[in-house]
Design a protein around this ligand. Structure first.
Ligand code: FRU
Length: 536
């Protein structure tokens, strides 16, 4: 019963009104240097249901978005234009285009037309760069007479000169791979089934060729924003090779509850994906990161993507007034050796956020080095006069012990992000030495919401496997975070693992201060702590 919703995140995509879930049809228009993002959309409601549409927004900086309303419609009121993807058909393999359409704007969408009695794959194409669509007259392009067959992700496979489609036979725990020369007739190639956590259903798969990078991550800049900084040119120059990564969403059944995204590293020959092992790896360890999809046609073949920053366990119930949900920030994916050993054949998927703060100004900037905390001490930093802004922080510290004695119950180093109006409301991010794990505690955020939503677990934890070791053999840990109104995205140790989580403070209460404290004496040395508070 809020009168106004949680204020909109500043740097994350939200729908102007209505309900949003999965990202769809992501592509980069090289003709206009614009990123296009579509999404599952119910414009007149803040809850999902049929009829369900594709909404559309575009951006040059991935922070500020222009909204273009409905892009794709279902065929009737009882149906949904469910999730799918877009490709740029440069060579007009589909025959949908003539010479008047620039090659980089030959946009073809492949998506699931859903009703209670069927899920089949439809094609639609745009003659104006993705702002409106024509429906292919001979739809469906793929129909196997199933009610649980959805979410096609299509891409061009250079090596075999074919379009590849990966989609989910949801309740058979099967991903299917098809190929095509023209985007309208599809030939079955293989199944990839019963991998990872099965959950209740498989959804929103994806397959991407991810570069292996042997250097430590550098900050990635943005394509198209500034012609002199060509995105990840450096990253690419050092990438010697690649692996294929299969992305898979399951709902429900995540270890942390509800929906989540997993991935498998392996090889793909144009027909079959072979995973190197059957381990389940989380694309993000938080509660709110689902239906991740990559952008098509990004320069340098960089692998950029976004997820729906919510969870089907409670996404429909989170505080809202006229819109509900947001996307994550756009992330750049790379594979890096699991150990800093050039010979290793094991890789970890790294994610770095693509953030460009050109449109934000800094209100407050704090930078501290060399701080040794004893257990009585809380160091508190006020975040300035406009607590409604976006916070970016980073913390790097050394752990001066391998474990602490039993006289300590909880050997943590914690950051408390406290409300400006009511500082009993806070979000706590900590590291616990004996567990060698991070935790995020959202149990002291808005009481009513937390108590009414048992699935809004108080604590989310994250073990850390990849980190730096100092010369004396003790670990150095790092976390970078972006807090944008009701969403926290965490990148541990340069992005070797991440955690994305929603949280809600009471109306009019925004983060106004950050406290650092530790439950143990002299165990943690803070090497570097930065916080920046920014607003539009
Ligand atoms: C995943 C999903 C997809 C489906 C869409 C419907 O969140 O269930 O499988 O296409 O959402 O909105």
């Amino acid at each position: 019963n809020r009168t106004h919703g949680p204020e909109r995140p500043l740097a994350h995509l939200t729908p102007s009104v209505g309900w949003m879930n999965d990202p769809n049809g992501l592509f980069y228009d090289n003709e206009t240097s614009t990123y296009h993002t579509y999404y599952q959309y119910k414009p007149n409601d803040t809850a999902p249901g049929v009829p369900l549409y594709w909404g559309h927004a575009s951006s040059e900086d991935l922070i500020t978005w222009d909204h273009h309303g409905v892009a794709l419609e279902p065929k009737d009121e009882q149906s949904g234009a469910f999730s799918g993807s877009i490709v740029v058909d440069y060579n007009n393999t589909s025959g949908f285009f003539d010479d008047s359409i620039l090659p980089g704007q030959r946009i073809v969408a492949l998506y699931t037309e859903h009703s209670n009695i069927s899920e089949s794959q439809f094609a639609a194409y745009s003659l104006n760069g993705g702002y409106s669509f024509e429906y292919y007259e001979q739809n469906p392009v793929l129909d196997i007479n199933s009610t649980q067959f959805r979410d096609p992700k299509v891409f061009w496979h250079e090596e075999t000169e074919r379009w590849i489609m990966v989609l989910a036979l949801s309740q058979q725990y099967k991903l299917q791979i098809y190929s095509s020369k023209n985007l309208t007739s599809w030939e079955f190639q293989s199944n990839f089934s019963h991998h990872g956590l099965l959950g209740y259903q498989y959804e929103c798969p994806g397959l991407a060729k991810v570069p292996i990078v042997h250097e430590s991550p550098s900050n990635v800049t943005l394509h198209g924003l500034n012609s002199t900084t060509n995105a990840t040119a450096q990253t690419n120059a050092t990438s010697v090779d690649h692996k294929w990564v299969m992305i898979l969403s399951i709902n429900p059944g995540a270890l942390t509850g509800g929906s989540f995204n997993q991935y498998f590293i392996g090889d793909f020959d144009g027909k079959t994906f072979t995973a190197q092992d059957s381990a389940t790896r989380a694309l993000d360890h938080g509660k709110d990161f689902y239906a991740f999809q990559t952008y098509s046609d990004v320069p340098n073949n960089d692998v950029l993507g976004i997820a729906w920053a919510s969870n089907w366990d409670y996404g429909v119930n989170v505080p809202a007034v006229d819109y509900r949900s947001s996307m994550s920030l756009v992330r750049n994916l790379t594979l890096r050796p699991y150990n800093p050993n050039p010979e290793t054949t094991e890789f970890t998927l790294y994610s770095e956020p693509l953030v460009n703060y050109t449109h934000l100004h800094t209100n407050q900037s704090i930078h501290k080095t060399s701080l040794l905390l004893d257990s009585e001490e809380t160091v508190s930093y006020s975040l300035g006069k406009d607590p409604q802004g976006l916070l970016e922080f980073s913390l790097e510290w050394k752990v001066n012990a391998t474990a602490v004695t039993s006289r300590h119950d909880f050997a943590d180093l914690s950051l408390y992000f406290r409300g400006a109006e009511d500082d009993d409301e806070y979000l706590r991010l900590g590291y616990e030495l004996n567990a060698a794990a991070f935790f995020l505690d959202r149990g002291n955020t808005e009481v009513d919401f937390v108590s009414e939503n048992p699935f809004f677990n108080n604590k989310v934890t994250q073990n850390i496997e990849t980190y730096k070791i100092a010369e004396d053999g003790l670990p150095i840990l790092k976390v970078r975070g972006i807090i944008d109104r009701n969403l926290i995205e965490l990148f541990f140790n340069d992005g070797s693992s991440t955690s994305t989580n929603l949280f809600f403070f009471s109306e009019e209460n925004y983060i106004g201060a950050v406290d650092i404290s530790s439950g143990v004496d002299d165990v943690y040395t803070i090497l570097d702590f930065k916080v920046k508070q920014m607003s539009l």
